[in-house]
Design a protein around this ligand. Sequence first.
Ligand code: COA
Length: 577
Amino acid sequence: MYRSIARLALQHQRCLVRHINSAARKRRSLPSAFPVLDLPLQAIHQHVYEANHRNSKTCHNKYIELNKKVTKGGGDNAIARHTQRNRKLLVQDRLRLLLDDEDFIELSRFAGLGLPYGDIPSAGCLTGIGRINGLWCVFIANDATVKGGTAYPITVKKQLRAQEVAIQNRLPCVYLVDSGGAFLPLQSEIFPDKNQGGRTFYNEAIMSAMKIPQVSVVCGSCTAGGAYIPTMAEEAVMVHRIGTMFLGGPPLVKAATGEEVTPEDLGGARLHAEVSGCVDHFAWEEKEAFEYTRNIISTLNFTLPEENENEENMRNEEERPLYSSDELLGLAPRSYNYSLDVKMVISRLTDGSRFQEFKGCFGTTLITGFAKIYGHLIGIVANNGELSYQAALKGSHFVQLCDQRDVPLLFLQNTAPSAALTLSVPQAEIHSNRIKAQGSMMSAVACASVPKITVVIGGCHGADSYAMCGRSFDPNFLFLWPNARVSMTAAGHAGSLLHPNSEHQQDDKEMANKMEHNLNKKFEEESSAFFSSGRLWDDGVILPQDTRRVLRDCLDIIKQQQYQLSTEKLQSVLLRI
Ligand code: COA
């Protein structure tokens, strides 16, 4: 009796969920006729526009150069060894078999470049979000052409960030494992700490308990720590002759016991599918493994919104901005002094260049308001000068408003190069008020539970960048334009950090000047977008003209969780056999 009541209650709950989801699918946002931002380029902008454009071209060339470098992975010899001797597919070809199409968001493509321990192309693994049978999934795929797919500290950081993206946006995870485990010379930076190697496995368990599906494909070596990724996944596929999984390989067995054993007998696909049960699907070849994986994704119990092709086309065509996205290249500021009205940037990103401004006459160094991107309603917060007292108050108000209405936030960040100096008592009072208002905006941003996306379109400096949802404020996604500059204080402004009346400066002006010069040089070198992205302080460098499409994908991705049918259970899928 009790059981049948429980069953009825469960059925009722499922009906309700289905009803809510079908309602969500059918829902249309209210019609809007936000005012058009009629802001064409004018003669007065020409000088700044052209300087920005030249700088954007230089940055673009650097982008192309790094892109080429990364595409080669571990280099020609390693590629030949991987494909000819080891008979494995390259990671890009694996993704082609796994994903529906090539329209995916790759995360932090330049991570690993220019590090103290060398260039590690793509940090030795590709991560991103792509569609499998229409469902957006996070993928984490080792590139074994880079030192056998071993994990450097930056590899671990990149994998953990991809998992964080999956957690924050509730996206299924697919791991393509082909890794020799830890890169041993750097083991102390990979193994012991909280956010290091072990965290990957911890996250797998936690995500599974949160009902974020975990699927793994063993398509190469899976040695030592790497072996836990498939073992802890909810479902794992392994490829015959290519996949191996063990804690210590044949050389270790030989050294310890003198016994000669083949990798296949020690931990091949047959053994793990038939004897240990560590994997659930045996595939004869890689192509078959990816077919299994795509089918596994179909069993996750998600539904997708019904697509009407005509509507989709209309959405793409009719609501384009009035101006070409190429004009963003001339609006991307080469430095803070070259910033044009940020509404010109907004008008080249939003549907129909429409923007419903909020508090347009108050705190005008911050622009806030509502717009749509491919039909998604968003709240935009954009720097248009220093984050003054009024601007920060307005920012807090608007962020809370969006939080109240469940409207995702887009921050367009271009913060002032340095904090203003306090040289008098009235100035001190102004600055104290400003600190209070900025603190309030930071608090509003930190506590807003709506999804947040940050795009650094210019400078990312000082405390203003925190209030504008910098990395430490946990945006769902944070991208940089190639012209972006990331540093505490912008190059050329180091003097503002050094005390103007210090004895040291009076005694030895030359030395102080030298110090300032060196500091500015350091800021210059360390503030480029590529330096930042190499260290994974962001989710990647995107081109200004691609921004609207990237934002559309991010907003689609964020929205996907409403189509998950089964509800949360606080237990991971447990252990095999
Ligand atoms: N740490 C550091 N470097 C490693 C490494 C590791 N764990 N595993 C492999 N490498 C390096 C190799 O020295 C080689 O470097 P090189 O290109 O400069 O010569 C490169 O990675 C490729 O290795 P190689 O063995 O030539 O390629 P492969 O495709 O035939 O085999 C592996 C790749 C990963 C299967 C194999 O190297 C291996 O089994 N490595 C040991 C794995 C291990 O025991 N890990 C324990 C970690 S806790």
